[in-house]
Design a protein around this ligand. Structure first.
Ligand code: KE4
Length: 432
């Protein structure tokens, strides 16, 4: 594939931005080579600046559940644009988007809109500390919650790829209040609460993790999360920035029949524009300024363009309920990739949950970060590039999830599995 223009633009980008990117997750650090520079998206496809077309399984890391340029989202944005872009004052669209979130997400009674998932988790952590008067936060190895200082401790996602669990600039004092435990390990969580339960303000968890690859919290872990936080007066925060409105209209908590105390959201609720949110029990949320004393603010929070795109996206999801079809497509892809790899003698296991999935290059099941970190990331890199050269754009790291959209078709899935078959054939021939 010709990447001449991509290379020219990216060479200039590196003179202007650190590593030539505005987020390390898109830097191709884990797979080598240079990122592709894209020009436009349409439905399930991306087109790069050299005119190459790709079936897109990144979907902007989750937001594009309706595919690129869904007509309802485009026209909602055009309508909003005709009235202005930002007022820094209340608009009715904020009522509409937050009402849809309250109606959809079982545990959410009140919501605060922000501009990113990071802002959502940072604010939820601050609120939990303000509400409980406690300092300690529990998170899990392999979970990533955005670049919040107190959560950049053994994070997953890009931090894990970069092999920098504790980022420079995160102070010892900050990290001291963060307890990092293994995911899917109820015993470790119980032990932490036994030892310092009265200090723990909150436990934050990805109920369906996407940032070590796709790994689901199993039933015993989910039960311990809820019972131990209740027993010790700590808040349970579900970070559903990735799983919210993606695995079900009500998120993972709706599928699991759980009610966390706070939920963080992002990605899908902005429909491709910058929106994050945190919400939960009204008696907790009413501690947020100006209703309460926990400070949090934002110039562009609830921005008219972003809320318009989010409302349009959630309306399509609510009114068409595409989740069964997304799960069927995702199952076809998972089974197709796994069978093709095994036919070529390549050890893989698939982690998937509704419309998010990861093909792990390892033999055994992946249930936590330790298992995920044993994957063969070198083979993943060759798989990634083999597919890219065949017009299939997968996440540029073993420790990410791929995302399907309502724009993907069975034809796209079959084409992807055929391309993977060729790649696995090549990989199977060389020493893997
Ligand atoms: P943002 O600040 O990137 O909007 O959201 C942070 C965040 C919080 N919680 C979860 C569960 C997340 O997955 C994320 C962000 N996800 C990564 C992809 N794994 C975003 C990609 C990037 O950082 O460029």
């Amino acid at each position: 594939m010709n990447h001449t223009e991509s290379h020219r633009i990216f060479t200039r980008a590196k003179e202007l931005m650190p590593g030539g990117v505005n987020s390390p997750a898109r830097a191709f650090g884990a797979v080598g080579g240079e990122p592709i520079v894209f020009d436009r998206g349409e439905g399930a496809y991306l087109f790069d600046v050299d005119g190459n077309r790709y079936i897109d399984y990144v979907g902007s890391w989750g937001p594009m559940i309706l595919g690129h340029r869904h007509p309802d989202v485009v026209s909602a944005l055009e309508d909003a644009l005709a009235r202005g872009t930002s007022f820094g004052a209340p608009t009715e669209a904020e009522n509409e988007l937050t009402a849809m979130i309250v109606e959809a997400v079982p545990s959410v009674e009140k919501v605060r809109l922000v501009n990113s998932g990071t802002e959502a988790t940072m604010s939820a952590i601050r609120l939990a500390r303000g509400y409980t008067g406690r300092d300690a936060i529990v998170k899990f190895a392999g979970n990533y919650h955005g670049h919040v200082d107190s959560l950049l401790v053994a994070a997953g996602s890009a931090a894990a790829t970069l092999g920098v669990p504790n980022s420079p600039g995160v102070t010892a004092g900050t990290a001291r209040d963060t307890i990092v435990l293994p995911y899917n390990d109820p015993g470790a969580l119980e032990d932490a609460f036994d030892k310092q339960g009265d200090k723990i303000a909150a436990v934050i968890v990805e109920p369906v993790a996407g940032n070590m690859g796709c790994v689901k919290a199993d039933a015993s872990f989910r039960s311990a999360l809820r019972s131990l936080t209740e027993k010790h007066g700590a808040l349970l925060i579900f970070d559903e920035v990735m799983s919210g409105f993606r695995v079900a209209y009500g998120g993972a908590q709706a599928v699991f029949g759980m009610k966390p105390d706070l939920t963080t959201l992002g990605k899908v609720i902005g429909g491709g524009l910058p929106v994050g949110a945190y919400g939960g029990r009204a008696d907790i949320m009413d501690h947020v300024l100006p209703a309460g004393k926990v400070f949090q603010a934002g110039t562009l929070s609830g921005n008219p363009l972003a809320t318009a795109a989010g409302i349009a996206t959630l309306k399509v999801l609510r009114d068409t309920n595409p989740y069964k079809r997304l799960e069927q497509l995702s199952t076809r892809l998972a089974v197709g990739l796994e069978e093709a790899a095994k036919r070529a003698g390549i050890a893989v296991s698939v982690g998937w949950f509704q419309a998010m999935m990861t093909l792990f290059f390892t033999g055994g099941p992946v249930t936590d970060w330790d298992a995920a970190s044993r994957c063969d990331t070198g083979v993943y890199g060759r798989y990634f590039w083999g597919l890219l050269d065949r017009g299939v754009y997968m996440p540029c790291s073993q420790f990410e999830a791929l995302f399907l959209s309502t724009a993907h078709t069975e034809v796209d899935i079959e084409a992807t599995v055929r391309a993977a078959e060729e790649v696995f054939g090549e990989l199977g021939k060389t020493s893997v």
